[in-house]
Write a protein that binds this ligand. Structure first.
Ligand code: GLN
Ligand code: ZN
Length: 757
């Protein structure tokens, strides 16, 4: 019989039960015992949903983050949280979320840094190392979950992060060598593995996704060294790799002295046969044959076509699993009762993916003839999607095929455009603007919600949103800002707003995916060719412009960001979907221009997020991503000013691509970096206008005018003053009006002082 297993299950709960329990606990409204009860219930439910598997993951459940869990298991707490009062759980959340000084405990503790988990939208708490770092095993969490699983009759396979990836994920505060810690770290891993063996554990899944990244000789050596050291431990180790190809680490991964290797057969499909060839004959090969990163049904027959020969060759040595942890997909499609049934029939969430796995295993064990029914159903669904006219729209295919490089080019170079725009817009030096959204008050949220529920008529809704727009424009006029915005009151989310108006998108009701801690996102599902049936923003923007003589900036989300924050199609390259989105946004841009809007901002907040794991793959991504942006933006006449906005600070390694976007103005996040990140722009001699953020909108602090002046002076040391704009770091939607008014007043006053007025 073929062994099936799972690398991890979403822990947030089909109704986000964990989120609500966590948040109640943080507010002091729920006792630790009750948080434990909710968590134990979720684990029980999730194991029962995985009961068809030969081996189920244990230890993948986390109160906040699996990397932070590993730090605790290894006794690697940042010194600032050690010996603080309360329970282990209190200290755990203290590292996860930080603690302000006015809490019950004495002093402020800053949260651990958060960063993206490989190329997913999940964020983990970065392990911290320094010269004082010592490790000490703290196995309680894992052992408790293991005991719980055993008591429930679960065939348990503990899941831990491997020692090399653990170090790779972390950061040495004193710039020390993380690998120097390996010697100290390995005995703790050995101790843990021995303990697990004592508990009757047979297999341990040890995640080493660092193997799909570019590794230098030291890191490669560390892999060999680590697993030779752990070889003597009396458990079988399944080294799990996922999210990419092994490439030059393939041989290394195959030859590690462990009992098995997991390969992501979705993102490394081309490596299955090489791994099968290289893997020593005593080892298990676990193939991740169901995509753990998207929401589509697997084509089971097509999978069996290539899988059967592998099975014939490997026999019992072949294991089957999803490609990676199912953390990255929603829990259960059964909840989606409101979804269009045809589209729904094409989808699979975590629970459905495990059913698919079972069908594949049955077909391999007993032949396809023994699984006729589920295979036939699957074939039907796959065919329905493949042939659907809702997926394939010949007009869109033609439009994409007709794209020429000309489409992405402005008529004149920036220096020429600038002259015309100056004449046209008549802006002062150091022009002031904002990034788009203004405070999203309770009233605004209520209005949108009521409209959505149907309790507010379209007319009434329009009136109320217009009132908000009018208020927002009025405030900006009073403040004396130079380029105004409408405030985005009608938008719940910068991607969802556009997705809902484009053909080719569908929305789930409960398709939540954990982003970090208790935060979840519900990515829209891009299922078909993208078309824009009608203008999406023009009415609101035109209304806002009608209220003021100042230029009003039209607000759009760019194609790359829409793509990167959606579940995307697996039946065509990401690039193709992105170009379709680009054409739709381009139409909107041209409509805005047509209706008299003279400045249009196209946000690309997620451009950097889409970078592939390996730097050697960056260029090809950037090529099509930048091309898509250019297509969306550059159809306008020279007089129309294009802005873009990105809210992050690492530009060094992509500055050349940013320049290629050729936006007339780019606004970026800089206030916390003291303008130092402008060095990247200076070094590259970035040619166009830049608005370095001077107001950290993540913080309730209100910046002083003088502070803003000094930030801008620092900026002016790096960028010619005639190319500088003055603006906040990002949108203001999470702030209140009380905070926004004085902050923006300080900004406007600072700009006046800089102008010498
Ligand atoms: N225009 C958007 C806003 O102001 C940009 C948001 C973002 O960059 N994340 O809210
Ligand atoms: Zn932003």
């Amino acid at each position: 019989m073929i062994t099936t297993h799972n690398l991890g299950f979403p822990r947030i709960g089909a109704r986000r039960e964990l989120k609500f329990a966590q948040e109640a606990f943080w507010k002091g409204e729920l006792q630790a015992e009750d948080l434990n009860i909710t968590s134990a219930d979720l684990r029980r439910r999730h194991w029962s949903q995985q009961s068809s598997l030969t081996l189920a993951p244990v230890g993948d459940f986390s109160y906040y983050d699996q990397v932070l869990d590993m730090s605790f298991t290894l006794g690697n707490l940042p010194a600032r949280a050690q010996d603080t009062d309360g329970t282990d759980l209190d200290r755990y959340f203290r590292v996860a979320r930080g603690q302000s000084a006015n809490d019950t405990a004495c002093c402020a503790i800053h949260a651990g840094e958060m960063t993206k988990w490989f190329d997913t939208n999940y964020h983990y708490i970065v392990p911290e190392f320094d010269r004082e770092t010592r490790f000490q095993l703290n196995p309680a969490r894992l052992l408790e979950q293991l005991a719980e699983a055993k008591a429930q009759g679960v065939k348990a396979k503990p899941v831990i992060i491997g020692p090399v990836t653990y170090l790779w994920l972390g950061k040495a505060n004193d710039d020390g060598d993380r690998l120097a810690l390996l010697d100290d770290l390995l005995p703790v891993y050995a101790e843990l593995l021995n303990l697990l063996a004592e508990q009757g554990v047979d297999w341990v899944q040890i995640d080493e996704p660092a193997l799909v990244t570019e590794l230098n000789g030291d890191w490669r050596h560390a892999f060999n060294f680590a697993y030779h050291q752990l070889k003597a431990c009396p458990v079988k180790l399944l080294v799990a790799t996922y999210f990419g190809e092994l490439r030059d680490n393939l041989q290394l991964a195959c030859e590690l002295p462990v009992a098995g290797l997991h390969l992501d057969a979705i993102s490394a499909a081309g490596e299955v046969s090489r791994v099968t060839d290289w893997l020593p004959a005593h080892k298990v090969l676990s193939l991740g044959v169901i995509n753990g990163r998207n929401v589509w049904k697997t084509d089971l027959e097509a999978t069996l076509d290539w899988l059967e020969p592998v099975h014939e060759r490997l026999g019992e040595r072949l294991w089957l699993a999803p490609s990676c942890s199912l953390l990255h997909v929603p829990v259960d499609l059964a909840s989606e009762t409101a979804m269009d049934p045809e589209i729904r029939s094409w989808l699979a969430f975590a629970v459905q993916k495990l059913d698919e796995l079972q069908t594949l295993a049955n077909a391999l064990d007993h032949g396809r003839a023994a699984t006729v029914e589920p295979l036939a159903q699957n074939t039907l669904a796959i065919a329905s999607r493949k042939n659907s006219t809702r997926v394939h729209n010949p007009d869109v295919t033609h439009a994409v095929a007709a794209i020429t490089p000309e489409l992405g080019k402005r008529r004149s170079p920036y220096t020429e455009r600038l002259k015309l725009q100056k004449l046209h817009l008549n802006l002062p030096a150091y022009p002031t603007t904002t990034i788009g959204s203004f405070p999203q008050t309770r009233d605004i949220r209520q209005t949108r919600l009521q409209y959505r529920k149907g309790t507010l008529s379209e007319r009434e809704y329009t009136t109320r949103i217009r009132e908000e727009i009018a208020r927002c424009v009025q405030e900006q006029e009073t403040l004396g800002l130079d380029v105004l915005v409408h405030g985005e009151a009608e938008r719940n989310d910068m991607v969802e707003y556009f997705g809902e108006q484009l053909d080719g998108y569908v929305f789930s009701q409960f398709g939540w995916v954990q982003s970090y801690g208790s935060r979840c996102v519900k990515p829209p599902i891009l299922f078909g060719d993208i078309q824009r049936p009608q203008a999406m923003t023009v009415d609101w923007i035109r209304y806002a412009q009608s209220l003021t003589d100042k230029p009003l900036k039209g607000m759009l989300t760019g194609p790359v960001t829409i793509l990167n924050w959606s579940f995307v199609r697996d039946d065509q390259p990401r690039k193709d979907s992105c170009l379709q989105l680009a054409l739709a946004i381009r139409e909107e841009v041209l409509d805005l221009e047509q209706s008299g809007v003279r400045i249009i901002q196209i946000d690309e907040a997620a451009l950097r997020e889409g970078l592939p794991l390996r730097q050697s793959d960056w260029q090809s991504y950037l090529d099509w991503a930048i091309e898509a942006f250019r297509i969306s933006a550059n159809g306008v006449s020279d007089e129309t000013q294009i802005h873009t906005h990105m809210c992050y600070s690492e530009f060094n390694d992509i500055i050349e691509a940013i320049a290629r976007m050729d936006a007339d103005v780019i606004t970026i996040e800089t206030s916390r970096s003291n303008m130092e990140l402008l060095d990247a722009f200076k070094g590259f001699q970035y040619p166009n206008d830049i608005g370095p953020g001077v107001y950290d909108i993540h913080s309730p602090n209100i910046p002083e005018k003088q502070h803003i002046v000094s930030l801008m002076q620092k900026a002016a040391e790096r960028i010619p003053t005639e190319r500088l704009w003055v603006n906040p770091d990002c949108g203001l939607k999470t702030r209140s009006w009380d905070e926004v008014i004085p902050a923006l007043q300080g900004m406007v006053d600072a700009a006046r002082e800089l102008r010498g007025g």
